[in-house]
Design a protein around this ligand. Structure first.
Ligand SMILES: [Zn+2]
Length: 352
């Protein structure tokens, strides 16, 4: 049987698409083919419901692909594969209970569990400090755990096709993350901390529920790809902005700050001093105003790297205060004109 090939990366034992449903076959072959010499073991597209116990004989295995089987369980024998770097188990029936308790002690660098039944990211995966690539697309994930920040070496994170509603700011502390795929989820907003991800080259956000992006995203200078289609980033949402009337405290605070009234902890209660010190200056350079909790949300479209027109969120002091011009190449960008952006410019956002 021509199943043993010599490829770059060592001997490959290719047992994919062989209609295997018993583990005995693998054990016999494993002995025949000198399991210790095998570096890559391909078992995809079979009918395996359990990972063959005999896999433990492949002590020098670097790469294991058990995709497209019926696996509901990864046995503890996989822990014997101390040299394993890549584990591909796409399109199976795995969930949180399928993963060995000590999987986090392995030295895995690439894990692909896409197309399974995970409702949360297994905590074992969050212990894999050498992990460079993690794919959990097409599962049933509702959240990204903050512990994702433990995956210090991560370069690629694929979480498309889940039911994720938000992005934890902890994601921004991954120093090497270059490819972040969060398409086809239910994400409603981007944390401004994402702008700290200096290594990010590709950000995939299409088919979510985004209504705007924080202006900090302009800081992602290394970004080469940004997909936003299928989000409600459209003009009608810009028109629907609401305005909460400011409180008397806020109005008084604004007067104190904008007229530069002198105040000290000696003549004002401490909580009022703290409140006054928390004033934000209106970003409009033509406006001397400040605001506290009550501000006007305003969406401004700007060019990003000359490639996209992005809707960005600004906070202004009052509805009468117009958004300042920012890094837009448009010469005229007061708020009325933003509602009349030519259709072809908008398409860049929606299809980008
Ligand atoms: Zn203002």
């Amino acid at each position: 049987m021509d199943v043993l090939e010599n490829m770059e990366g060592g001997n490959v034992l290719n047992l994919s698409r062989m209609d295997l449903d018993s583990t005995a076959a693998l054990e016999e072959m494993g002995e025949e083919m000198a399991a210790e010499e095998t570096r890559q073991l391909l078992l995809s597209h079979n009918r395996l419901s359990v990972l063959p116990v005999g896999v433990a004989h492949f002590s020098n295995l670097l790469f294991l692909d058990v995709s497209s089987n019926r696996l509901a369980f990864l046995c503890d024998q996989i822990l014997a594969l101390t040299k394993l770097r890549t584990l591909i188990a796409k399109n199976n029936r795995l969930d949180e209970s399928s993963v060995p308790k000590d999987l986090g002690k392995m030295c895995l660098e690439v894990v692909n569990f896409s197309g399974n039944r995970f409702e949360e990211v297994p905590p074992q995966l969050l212990e894999l400090r050498r992990l460079r690539s993690l794919s959990l697309g097409g599962n049933r994930l509702k959240a990204i755990p903050p512990e994702i920040e433990n995956l210090f070496s991560l370069e690629l994170l694929y979480l498309g096709g889940n039911a994720i509603t938000s992005i934890p700011p902890e994601l921004a502390s991954l120093p090497y993350l270059s490819y972040l795929v969060l398409c086809d989820n239910r994400i409603q907003g981007i944390p401004p901390q994402l702008a700290q991800m200096n290594s990010l080259r590709s950000l995939s956000l299409h088919n979510n529920l985004l209504m705007y992006l924080p202006r900090e995203i302009l800081n992602l200078v290394h970004l080469e790809e940004l997909s936003l289609r299928g989000n409600p980033l459209v003009v009608r949402f810009v028109r629907d902005l609401t305005y909460d009337p400011p409180s008397l405290l806020e109005l008084t605070g604004r007067i104190v700050k904008s007229r530069n009234f002198h105040y000290t902890p000696q003549n004002l209660p401490e909580n009022l001093v703290r409140y006054l010190d928390s004033a934000s200056k209106c970003p409009n350079p033509k406006c001397a105003g400040v605001y506290f909790d009550s501000c006007v949300r305003h969406i401004k479209f700007v060019d990003f790297c000359g490639k996209y027109r992005l809707p960005l969120m600004h906070y202004l002091c009052s509805p009468e205060c117009f958004s300042p011009c920012s890094s837009s190449s448009q010469s005229d960008c007061d708020s009325e004109d933003e509602f009349n952006i030519p259709q072809h410019r908008m398409q860049k956002v929606l299809l980008g």
